[in-house]
Design a protein around this ligand. Structure first.
Ligand SMILES: [Zn+2]
Length: 386
């Protein structure tokens, strides 16, 4: 959810700005001291946090809290523009943020405690509330831990980004029996996007339920979409929200696209599994190959997949299988290009869309027979010059 700072009442805005300023200074001091091994600096930072920040804003400095935000081994820079605090269910808890429905106006609000008795009240659209409820129902009866993440950059002072992050704790599921599981192979490819194959063994052979290729929207379509939203904003009832969306669409948020694409794959897997266990393998290429591609920061694909796998209790692995080795005879495959697809072929007669070859090799290591190939109709590679 994105809000405009100028829409906030001045005293809330001032308090938020003050809080961010203090937090940023303390966060930077804490992070760099920690990174440089300066115990004294860490101690100072914590002291200042105790003096200047409300208690529920301090959990980001507590290493044993799930809100801890300074994993110096993994982070190159401190996240000083982000404030995190727990979202609680009960109004009475004097902690963090809560959602409140005004009985008169029927409007729901996210109330964020800012300390010094100041609160930030942000309207939440009905649609977002429904989504929150659906998410919780998905994993019921497991308890969901909710966190509010507030992001604000002074250099982009007009926009305040607020996210509600869900987390559920459960043990990693055991490795399923490949003969009885839904098998999902996901190929993350820098040249076009993400390909997924959904398959299962029916006792005789491996049946492929679906092959799916997801591509990020191209620029032309994105701009058209943005223009549509800008028109909606000009006439609509919720101009702020629509303007914000329009701006986002214009920029194209690669991170958002990846999240949506991967979530779609998980949703499909749950449908095809019909209650069976699921084994997913994400084939994520070497980061070096991805320079200058939209998937450049693709390690986050792993993060997104891990989060969703934990959310749904799905067994997931991240292994790469060859797209150059023949899954039938082990020979080296030769590639030829058609206008739309890159096809790999072997002297033994095997040929397949390059993006699906690793899937066959995966099945081999699982000791499963190969499905009928090619998975989708391809031009016959009779002529190597084709
Ligand atoms: Zn072969």
């Amino acid at each position: 959810m994105t809000y405009r700072m100028e829409d906030l009442p001045p005293e809330q805005r001032e308090r938020l700005e003050e809080l961010f300023e203090k937090y940023r200074a303390i966060a930077a001091m804490y992070y760099w001291s920690k990174r440089l091994g300066l115990e004294e600096g860490v101690k100072r930072a914590l002291e200042r946090a105790r003096e200047e920040l409300p208690s529920y804003w301090r959990r980001t400095f507590n290493e044993s809290s799930p809100l801890y935000a300074f994993n110096v081994e993994k982070m190159k820079r401190p996240r000083k523009q982000v404030l995190k605090l727990p979202l609680t269910d009960a109004l009475g808890e004097h902690d963090g943020a809560y959602i409140y429905k005004d009985n008169e106006s029927k409007e729901s609000k996210l109330v964020v405690r800012l300390g010094n008795r100041e609160r930030l009240e942000l309207p939440i659209p009905e649609r977002a509330l429904r989504w929150l409820k659906e998410k919780e129902d998905e994993v019921a009866p497991l308890k969901v831990h909710k966190t509010v993440r507030i992001q604000w950059r002074p250099e982009r002072a007009q926009a305040l980004k607020v996210q509600i992050v869900f987390r559920v704790q459960r043990p990693r599921p055991p490795q399923p029996d490949p003969k009885n599981a839904l098998l999902v192979y996901i190929d993350v490819n820098s040249s076009y996007g993400i390909a997924a194959i959904f398959a299962s063994f029916d006792g005789q052979r491996v049946k492929v339920h679906e092959t799916l290729k997801l591509r990020p929207p191209n620029r032309g379509r994105r701009l058209k979409e943005a223009a549509k939203q800008q028109r909606a904003a000009a006439y609509g009832s919720k101009p702020n929200i629509n303007w914000a969306i329009a701006r986002l669409t214009e920029k194209f948020d690669a991170e958002g696209w990846k999240k949506k694409a991967i979530a779609e794959i998980f949703k499909k897997a749950l449908v095809y599994a019909k209650g069976k266990s699921i084994w997913m393998n994400f084939d994520i290429p070497d980061i070096e190959k991805l320079r200058n591609s939209y998937l450049q920061k693709t390690l986050s694909v792993k993060k997104i997949a891990e989060n969703l796998a934990n959310w749904y209790g799905i067994y997931v692995e991240f292994r790469c299988y060859s797209s150059r080795r023949c899954p039938l005879c082990g020979g080296e495959l030769k590639e030829f290009k058609t206008t739309r697809t890159r096809v790999e072929q072997c002297k033994c007669g095997f040929y397949e869309d390059r993006d699906y070859v690793p899937f066959h090799n995966w099945l081999r290591t699982l000791n499963l027979p190969l499905p009928k190939w090619p998975l989708r109709t391809l031009p016959k590679p009779n002529d190597p010059e084709a």
